[in-house]
Design a binder for this molecule. Structure first.
Ligand code: PEP
Length: 256
């Protein structure tokens, strides 16, 4: 059995004051939810915040049930890469997770499958869990290319990481569902998750049974229950709904 995993992605949002309020509310109002168990396993909750807020969030979240994460990482260990942030730096700032290959990075920063795989490897080398995003665009969805696209994206990671894939989290995020209010049907999302798990299984059956595959894209408290009840949907990667402590907690609750 895999633990229910809910990871928030604040994207480029927040302020020192708003973050403090959100995190304090989350921790004071969420004690019971955050300590819940699902399938007899403790739930895993994390928040991926913008780089400048990592020290603040680390300070507020340390020794709590909410893990810290970042939204991107360099594939290089150090050196002349102005503006980039290494995995070791993130690990030093308390990150347990880092998102790689988010569609906004793929779209606005031209990140390709190979680079995404290298970023995942860098995260693992620094003892963090990469959350590797895959997903098709609206055009690809309409052309019936969903499985071709997500399989290609996942295969690049399997090829580079090999056995280390067992230590990763995969997030299926249809690009057309991100921030749009549109969501696939639970059965439609389940089919993609199942195919991703089968692909993992052709490489390593044990890893496939262990790897959490999260759904992301307009996930909210009021649509989470049915999606999170699907057998191969192990949790959610949550954008907009992770900015509000009450909504985020309600969403976690919906999966329990
Ligand atoms: C995301 O940014 O990963 C995401 C899923 O966003 P939203 O929940 O806002 O669609």
């Amino acid at each position: 059995m895999r633990p229910l995993t809910i990871i928030g992605n604040w994207k480029m949002n927040g302020s020192l004051a708003a973050n403090q309020q959100m995190l304090e509310t989350l921790l004071t109002q969420g004690t019971q939810t955050l300590e819940s168990r699902c399938h007899d396993l403790p739930i895993r909750v994390g928040l991926c915040v913008p780089y400048p807020y990592l020290p603040q969030a680390h300070h507020l979240l340390k020794n709590t049930k909410v893990a810290l994460g970042a939204q991107d990482v360099s594939d290089h260990p150090n050196g002349a890469f102005t503006g980039d942030v290494s995995a070791t730096m993130l690990q030093e700032l308390g990150c347990a997770y880092v998102i790689v290959g988010h569609s906004e990075r793929r779209q606005y920063h031209q990140e390709n499958d190979t680079l995404v795989a290298r970023k995942a490897k860098a995260a693992l080398q620094a003892h963090m869990t990469p959350i590797i995003c895959v997903g098709e665009t609206e055009k690809e969805y309409e052309e019936g290319k969903t499985l071709v696209v997500v399989r290609r994206q996942l295969q690049a990671v399997i090829d580079l990481l090999q056995g280390q894939i067992a230590s990763c989290i995969i997030a299926y995020e249809p690009v057309w569902a991100i921030g749009t209010g549109k969501v696939p049907t639970p059965a439609g999302a389940q089919e993609v998750h199942r195919e991703l798990r089968l692909q993992l299984a052709t490489f390593d059956a044990e890893a496939a049974a262990k790897v959490a595959i999260l759904y992301g894209g307009s996930l909210k408290a009021d649509n989470a229950k049915e999606l999170l009840a699907m057998p191969d949907i192990d949790g959610g990667l949550v954008g907009g709904a992770s900015l509000d402590a009450h909504e985020f907690l309600a969403l976690c609750q919906a999966g329990i």
